[in-house]
Design a protein around this ligand. Structure first.
Ligand code: GAF
Length: 387
């Protein structure tokens, strides 16, 4: 599959820029199994890569020019000068790739320009990290072509910086690390404090189960205020409790911490979510490592309730997916990603895939909602060079 995609993208590059690309790279979107809104609290997350990828055909230039083109936009390439790239100057899709070039140069890497053509199969606005995939594919291509020698987690940090500072979205480090570091057949247990990682085997098909992604088609965006408000509330909670980050509040000290926050109900709820969510990630890792995979279902459901009731970032459509899937026999379900729309994940016995899918589709139709997009998520490879 990779070769066919590389061929198509390379062909388009030739049409646009008149030469062959020096190479073609791919970086995936992700779903997060558990560990939501913990990554900017120095906590734990557990994403895995989707088969859907952003693909980039790239060549270096020596004249300081950056040309960017996206198959999804279709116009002529956008032409910029690398020396002129500045945070906040770009409000279009090109901010993601050019932000990466800016972040690499800001970190001291000498880049003299590039021609880039991008194409992506990661649904955008669906909470599946289409932006991180775009960033990481460009970072990896430039890392290879300019022989920068950066490791996956280092590229992830630079991509996060591009998104935080250049694009202006206050996201954590999960999505970029997932795209850069995930491995096929595994979920990535990531400690976002020091970026230490463990690849956890995650092969549901071998155990007769499936994980469905249900894209509610409710678009979301991180540059909008609600994500930043949650992040600021978590930081306020850490400050009130006198810790560097909510990660430092131990699960067995949660009740005492909540008592100290008695005057601020909103911060209390945010703290309770983050501390219990970190514990849920550790529980899921322990269950998967002991081979008790079906038992993660109820933990996913607890996670959803916490995001809905304490963190307050679910929405009617996400709750409908979760409630309907559980009523139709799913083992577990929860919203995934930043929230306020986007996608939910549903863990099901293989034999129940059709019945659960049908129940969710019928529930959306009965509620007069746009039909959701349902597909199976197979843990796939992280960012890589295709040719
Ligand atoms: C979005 C962000 F980009 C991530 O950093 C993370 O905070 C996630 O929402 C919530 O877990 O995907």
């Amino acid at each position: 599959m990779g070769e066919a995609v590389a061929e198509t993208v390379g062909e388009r590059f030739r049409e646009l820029y008149g030469t062959d690309p020096e190479g073609v790279w791919a970086a995936p979107g992700r779903v997060n199994l558990i560990g939501e809104h913990t990554d900017y609290n120095d906590g734990f997350v557990m994403p895995f890569a989707l088969p859907h990828t952003a693909v980039a055909a790239v060549s270096r230039r020596g004249d300081g020019v950056l040309r960017l083109h996206s198959a999804d936009i279709g116009d002529d390439p956008v032409e910029l000068r690398v020396a002129d790239l500045a945070p906040g100057s770009d409000k279009s899709w090109t901010a993601y790739p050019s932000g990466v070039v800016w972040a690499l140069r800001e970190a001291g890497h000498e880049l003299t320009g590039a021609d880039i053509h991008l194409a992506s199969t990661v649904p955008s606005g669906a909470g599946l990290s289409s932006s991180a995939a775009l960033e990481v594919v460009v970072a990896l291509a430039l890392n290879d072509l300019y022989s920068l020698g950066l490791r996956g987690w280092q590229l992830a940090r630079l991509c996060q910086r591009a998104e935080n500072v250049y694009v202006g979205a206050p996201v954590g480090i999960m999505d970029q690390t997932a795209s850069a570091c995930c491995e096929s057949g595994h979920a990535l247990f990531l400690d976002t404090r020091d970026l230490s990682q463990r690849q956890i085997p995650f092969d549901l098909a071998a155990e007769g189960m499936r994980l469905l992604v249900v894209d509610t088609r409710v678009k979301h965006s991180h540059s909008e205020g609600e994500y930043g408000k949650r992040r600021a509330g978590c930081e306020k909670g850490a400050a009130l409790l006198g810790v560097d980050a909510l990660r430092d509040v131990a699960y067995d000290e949660l009740d005492a911490a909540l008592e100290r926050l008695a005057d601020d109900e909103e911060v209390r709820r945010l703290v309770r979510h983050v501390v219990t969510e970190d514990e849920r990630v550790e529980r899921v890792v322990a269950l998967l490592e002991s081979g008790d995979t079906r038992a993660i279902g109820p933990v996913l459901v607890e996670g959803h309730a916490s995001l809905r009731d304490d963190f307050r970032i679910s929405c009617r459509e996400l709750d409908l997916v979760v409630d309907t899937a559980l009523a139709a026999g799913a083992l577990g379900a929860r919203m995934t990603g930043g929230g306020f729309g986007g996608s939910a994940i549903v863990l099901v016995e293989a034999a129940d895939v059709d019945a659960v899918t049908k129940a969710v589709e019928e529930a959306f139709a009965a509620a007069a909602l746009t039909a959701p997009r349902v597909f199976e998520a197979v843990p796939s490879a992280g960012a890589r060079r295709l040719v």
